[in-house]
Write a new protein. Sequence first.
Length: 458
Amino acid sequence: MDKNIVNELKGIVGEEWVIEDIDRMLGYLVDETAELVRPPPSRDVVLVKPQATSEVSEILRLANKYRVPVFPRGGGTGLVGGCIPISGGIILSLERMDRIEIDRDNLMAVTEAGVTLGRLIEEADRAGLFFPAHPGDEGAQIGGLIACNAGGARAVRTGVMRNYVKGLEVVLPTGEVLDLGGKLIKNNTGYSLMHLFIGSEGTLGVITKAVIRLYPKFGATATLIIPFNDRKNAVKSVPKILQSGIIPLALEYVEKDLVEKSAKRLGLTWPCRDGKAFLLIILAEADEDTVYLQCEKIDSICKENGSLEPLIAESRREQESILKIRSEIYSALKPETVDILDVAVPPASVGELMDKIDEIERRYGTYIPVYGHVGDGNLHPHVMRKEGWSMEQYEKIKEEIYMAATELGGVITGEHGVGYIRRKYLRLSLSEEEIEVMRKLKKLFDPNNILNPGKVVP
């Protein structure tokens, strides 16, 4: 990179926060995308770590002036290559912007982009409040979670990140700072610009601060593992549970071989020995009586569909252990994974999608493990390595799974986003007219295409 530009960057953030040595930034060149589909990062990059919105603004003005690409980065927990620098430019890490303030009266958190999910949960808990969403790795940063509109296991009840964001501070690629929304429950003032940036994956602006809605703590929680010998019976129970009026905090589907593999990797034990397929249900209510009544009702519904004896975890430690095992399935499968998919269909179509994936698995003579957020229709099929296969064969399987989802009224991604590796499949879910509108929006906000170029929009 031009030394004059590097020197100007040092003048903005200080010399120690501009890193040119590639060996000191190797961890910033990649994310958690599976290795075989991860785009190769450029090594012609400089890592910059601002501490204030004013510094982010100056960096973007400078980059826009010289037409230098900027790749915003959060915790690097993404799965679609969204933050990987695919060309020379500036890696913009917001990790030093980590201030947080809890407003108990308004049930809000004001958090800078570099605050981690784990810290938000911890600070809310310390204030006697609760952040219900749990969109994956607690090392993920708030700015990245919002930019990717992250989902997770608890979206079935309280929604994805979009549902929690009430205000944003955003720096445009041209350096202007927008202050959108605030500590408001209702806001119907003009176009909702704020929602354009949520889920834009760092292509329209850099999120520097957010106002996040919190909730009172639940009085009682419990985690249910309901075993089945047959997957169809497990999946068939899900709409019955939701129709009963019970909306769990989480409603997941997992299989025995997957959770046991994840548990073994973590040095833990999956607590339910019976069954081959499991519904993992987290209940959270105001009092224990309500939770117990819901447990009984769910057990009764599932028994009608052939479930075995349920396991109930009440202690916080037991519940956290079970959730940890579920959350780390991808990590356990990652060494053998070519790609983890993220398809979403109308919830009632989940069983049919699983059947279609089974048929693809049989036809190709391969193994496609499936698990995910069955309560909201978002599944994670894994395309696994197979000896002697080419990337073209893996791509055919992916395209067939995507087609199966779209034929059921679904989309190619429910929570991971498009990033770099899903762009070529975007036309399976979006029309040319929709994509063209996206291009026009990108041009409007980022006329020189400096911000996360080559991502999201084909």
